[in-house]
Design a protein around this ligand. Sequence first.
Ligand code: AVI
Length: 319
Amino acid sequence: MADDVDARAAQVSAFGHDLLAGLSKTPRSIAPKYFYDAAGSALFDRICALPEYYPTRTELGILERHGREMADQMGSRVDVVEFGAGSLAKIRLLLDAFSERDALGRYFPVDISAQHLEGAARRLRTDYAWLHVQPVVADYMRHEQLRVLEQMPGRKVGFFPGSTIGNFDADEAMMFLQLAARLLAGGGLLVGVDLVKDPLTLHRAYNDSQGVTAAFNLNVLRRANEELGADFDLKAFSHYAFYDPLERRIEMHLVSSRKQTVHLAGSAFRFEEGESLHTENSHKFTIDGFRALAASAGFKPGPVWTDEAKLFSVHWLES
Ligand code: AVI
């Protein structure tokens, strides 16, 4: 419990620090990891079920159809490290592809939220009694926090679904892949990657008709008001998401609808009408482009599975 309170306090102060820095520069920005408090995670779960948001159900379909082939690549008695423990629906599909005979060794979900991890681990232990579940509370972008995993003997494979890698900038993606290649040496990484496609499909996925993505985007301001005592007027900022085909990415912004001043921790930040706070990039990849990126980070790219329409891909990378 005390650990939980400490971890939460550390997150709140990191959020305050990063938001102050992000509001002070031009253009203004805040990292997308701050979307995910309890309310933001619940909104993200709703996004995953939206008719316009194809990535989740497409990736689930790929895992369902090709799980057995993926399990074959991973090998038997391996330990699985999942980077960021989401709803656990995806790891369940993978676990179902392993028979009792070649069952996994241990499963290490890594997440920054102890509370989220414990709940997820409990549910998984109930349904997969044969599985040894060992949650690791850590920021998987910080290699010193993964030391406990580094020291574990045995073959390790990583699981990083959802195309979360698309939310990293180029340096972060390279840093994560290099860190994973080192941690998983002798094993491999199974990673979900969203693909470049027609801009209209992408535009719709981030501009849903029910406004859930807009609420998810605005949640970061609500969170700043609640946790940091900021005074963002949520009605005076609007969700703006577009696909940039040159950068091959969706950009999400919160755009000020009028001239206004926002206060945070004793500082005042003036927004002009139309000025934005950049909240997220969601990069899309070609299959070859992603394989080249993985290779330059030290992986040997292996089989790739996609859906029929080639909306999404799952890559096995050997390390
Ligand atoms: C978590 N991540 C891969 C999602 C994405 O598609 O980039 C986050 C998201 N942002 C808006 N909708 C979904």
